[in-house]
Structure formats: C-alpha cells, structure tokens
Design a protein around this ligand. Structure first.
Ligand code: ADP
Ligand code: MG
Length: 481
C-alpha cells in the first residue's frame, strides 16, 4: 500500500485551490447553513483517496444483492413483522408505532400496488482483520449517490493533473486503483426501471417520478444528480415536493387510485422519499395523513412502509440469527452475508437480552447503543451507555440494540471543509448502493442490483460521521491488494 502523497504546505495550498475550483465547477457542492437559493459551497471532502483493501471492496459489492433480497423478503413477511412490531410499537409509540399504524390503516383501506422499489445502501467498516463488518442497512432515503461519483472524479482529476506530487507527475499509476462509481446513474436506472414497469402496467407513457423531500434541504444537489440522470438517460421527468406540502400538490383519483401531480396534472409513476425517515419529518398529523394517501395510491413507492420498517435497527439485530434468515435466503447466500455481521444484542429478558444488559454495564467501552432512528446523531457510545440506561425504566431498554463497536484502521488523510484543512487521523465507512424491484404479491424479484459505492470519512476522534451535520466528509477509494 502506498502512503499518502507528501506535499509541502505550498503544494497543499495549490492542491486545495484546485480542489475547490473543481468542486464548484462540477457541482460537488451543498448549500451552506442559512443559505440563499443562489449560494453554494464546496462539499466537505478528503484531499486524497483513502486506502481500502481490494478484496474487502469486492466482497461488499458481492453481498449486495443478497442483502437486497433479504430485506425485500422480510418486508413481505407481514406475520413476522407484525409479531416484532407488537413489542416495538409499545416502546417507540411516537415513530415506529405510528409508521406501523399507518401501514395497518393503509392495509384496511386497500393497498393496490404490489410492486415496491428499494433504493438502498449497506454500510460497512473494516475490522482489525480487514473484514467488512456491516454497520447498518438503510432502506429509506439513502444519500450521497449523487455526490460520490463526483468525489471519485475529483480525486482522479487531481491525480492525473499532477497535483498529488511536487514534480507534477501522477501519484497513483493505475486507474484501477481508484475505482469509478456511477451510483447516481445506477440509482436513477432503478427509478427508471420501476417507472417503466408502472407505465406498461397502466398503459401510460408520460408519467413522472415524485421526489418527496425535506424543506430547506442542504444536500439538494446530491438529489438533483439523480433527477438529471433520469431525464438525460431515460427521458423521465421528475418533480420535487416538500413532505409538509404534499396535499396541496397531489390528488388521487378515487376510482383508479392513480396519483397525480396537480400543477401539471401529470400521473406519478414512482414516489421516491428523500424524507419521512424520522419523527421530525412528521411535525403534525397532516404528514401522517399524507403518507397514508401516498401509500394507498397506485404509484410505486420507494420505499413502502413495510420496506422502511424492515430497515429498523431492531430487525437488523434479529436478522443476525442464522436460523431466522434461513426462511429467506439460500445457504450459500447466508454464509456470505453472515460473515459481515458483528454481535448485536437485544436488551430484553431473553437469554441474549440478559447477556446484552450485563455487557452494557460491564464493558460499555466495547459497544454502541442504538435506538430505532435513522439519520445520524441518535446513538449512545461507550461509557455513556450505563448512565443513559439507568435513566430509563428497564422496560424501555428493549427499544435499543447493543452492538459491538468496530475498530477500523486509521489513516492520516486531510479533510477540507470550508477551505480549512484538517490533518487528522480519519476512519472510513464504505456504503454500497443497491436497487431492488420486488413484487410483494407474487414474491418475485423483478430486478436486483448493486449500484456502486460511497466512502465517507470522519475524524477518528468523533463517534458519528454525518457529513451535513459537520462530523464527516465524502471520500473515494484507493484500493490496495
Ligand atoms: P444512523 O441510522 O443514524 O446512520 P448508524 O447505525 O449508521 O445510524 O450509526 C451512525 C454512525 O455511528 C455510523 O455512521 C458510524 O460512524 C458509527 N457507528 C455505528 N455503529 C458502529 C459500530 N458498530 N462500530 C463503530 N462505529 C459505529
Ligand atoms: Mg448510518
């Protein structure tokens, strides 16, 4: 493995300027906090690609379709999900409970679209033996498939134009050491495939994909990359609606259950959520009602409520049990994916749960405690765990899962954020995107693919890695043998 380029301060400043110009020129950008619509800033990135073992990368790509299949099948196993939810909804009434309730209501009204689309991401860190270990499987609103290809291209540009060496020559000799990612196009391909399926089902040709987004989204350019790809590669139009305003912009035909975007009266083929994954997205009953309206429409949902619920951290914990996964996957696939699991414990009164409780108090430094939430900033780490649990009544503990901490290798990369350089130890998290189209009635897979990668890096001193939240940045891979 090569070490990082060794540049003096002057060369590093030149590199930083090149990097910022490339980022701004090529849309590797976000909105800054309190932005105006015309103001953008370069997204936080690393100066250099971060080393990653090639075999681990290949393995992560290789297991993606099995994870896609697993979670699609779980989302169709309503009896099992219902038994898990029975307990979970009492512990997390305000969110998981409400999602489940909306599903039950939708089911009663009648679900009329058996096809579901998953645009997913499975996240990993490398452990001390260079094995990939899964952090989580994200089933809703996965981000950075739009920016990831740009970071990879940025690093390739800096390498090729000689800014990684003081002599002006290339630092990485072989392009294959810096793998490309076409995640924006591949995720757009997933949306397009679902949209075309809808069109042929409904004999229409001019439907659009509806992006349901958060107000004042700072990561909007990440989402735009998918929209631009949809139009240029597939001739498919898209519209964006803020979740809170949905009922002003859509209507459902009462007979056909088709969903229409009112301003242009166009039919919606796919509803793609880039919101709706946390309680903050549902400030009033109106948003829950909106979710119900969309769920019971004919449009294909990415994801359905059941697919979203299948991505709950509690489900991830339960699925570490091989016996359980035997219901869903072949032995060969089970072997492949269980390799990537670390221990995850419940905190209930079962044997495993008692073990989890003991470990949480005896050796908290080895664990992370996770609630049923997505989107970063919710976990409790190491020595904070015992105090946190003590403040809860014991019957609340099972709303959390206790997971082995993974200790990835650290590298001395440099993070650039708002033109400031941070020369610090970083650790990285690999995300593999995936797309799956699943018929929940026939229980058949229509399409199942891996959709390239994302690498995020953060200071090794920080527990969490949220890019927009200011903890981390987007990175790319330097593969070594
Ligand atoms: P969220 O749904 O909020 O993204 P995650 O499970 O991905 O929750 O955890 C957030 C972050 O916490 C991860 O991106 C990673 O940096 C860190 N993290 C989570 N689980 C582990 C673990 N088992 N070992 C080490 N770090 C972890
Ligand atoms: Mg995460």
């Amino acid at each position: 493995m090569k070490s990082f380029p060794d540049l003096d301060n002057c060369c590093q400043d030149v590199l930083a300027e090149q990097l910022n110009h490339w980022s701004l020129a090529n849309g590797l950008v976000m909105y800054p906090p309190n932005f105006e619509t015309y103001s953008t800033c370069a997204a936080p990135v690393t100066l250099y690609p971060t080393p990653f073992p090639k075999t681990s990368f290949v393995k992560a790509l290789d297991v993606q379709d099995s994870f896609n299949e697993l979670y699609a099948k779980v989302s169709s196993d309503v009896d099992w999900l219902s038994s898990v939810m029975d307990e979970l909804i009492a512990l997390d009434k305000d969110f998981t409970g409400k999602l489940w309730n909306i599903y039950l209501k939708a089911e009663k009204i009648g679900l009329c679209q058996p096809i579901l689309l998953g645009l997913v991401r499975s996240d990993y860190m490398i452990d001390s033996d260079s094995m990939i270990k899964q952090i989580e499987f994200n089933a809703i609103s996965v981000s950075f498939c739009g920016l990831s290809p740009k970071v990879s291209n940025l690093h390739k540009f800096l390498n090729k134009s000689g800014y990684y060496t003081s002599s002006g020559s290339e630092y990485y000799n072989d392009e294959s050491e810096l793998p490309s990612t076409e995640s924006a196009d591949k995720m757009a391909d997933g949306l397009a495939e679902a949209a075309k399926l809808y069109n042929s089902q409904e004999h229409t040709s001019d439907s659009l994909v509806l992006f349901v987004v958060q107000p004042k989204e700072r990561n909007v350019f990440d989402q735009r990359a998918i929209e631009y790809s949809l139009l240029s590669n597939h001739d498919i139009k898209s519209k964006r609606i803020v979740f809170n305003e949905i009922q002003n912009y859509v209507k459902v035909d009462p007979l056909s259950k088709k969903l229409f975007y009112m301003p242009t009266n166009e039919e919606v083929s796919v509803v793609y959520y880039r919101s709706g994954y946390g309680p903050n997205d549902y400030p009033t009953e109106t948003e829950w009602e909106s979710r119900l309206i969309l769920e019971t429409s004919k449009a294909i949902k990415c994801p359905t409520l059941l697919f979203q619920l299948s991505g709950a951290k509690k489900i991830q914990q339960l699925l570490t049990n091989k016996v359980l996964i035997e219901k869903y996957l072949s032995n060969e696939k089970i072997e492949k994916i269980t390799d990537t699991f670390v221990n995850i414990y419940p905190l209930d009164s079962s044997e495993e749960g008692i073990k989890g409780q003991t470990l949480a108090f005896q050796s908290p430094q080895n664990y992370v405690l996770k609630p049923q939430r997505e989107g970063g900033g919710n976990n409790i780490y190491k020595d904070d765990i015992p105090g946190f649990l003590k403040k809860l009544s014991k019957d609340q503990w099972n709303a959390y899962i206790l997971m082995d901490l993974i200790h990835p290798p650290t590298y001395k990369n440099t993070i650039i954020r708002n033109a400031k350089l941070y020369n610090e130890d970083v650790v990285s998290e690999l995300g593999i995107f995936g797309t799956i189209i699943w018929n929940s009635e026939t229980k058949k897979i229509i399409s199942n693919k891996a959709a390239d990668y994302l690498l995020r890096s953060k200071f090794s001193s920080s527990n969490e890695g949220g890019v927009a939240a200011g903890f981390g940045c987007v990175d790319s891979l330097y593969l070594f043998q």
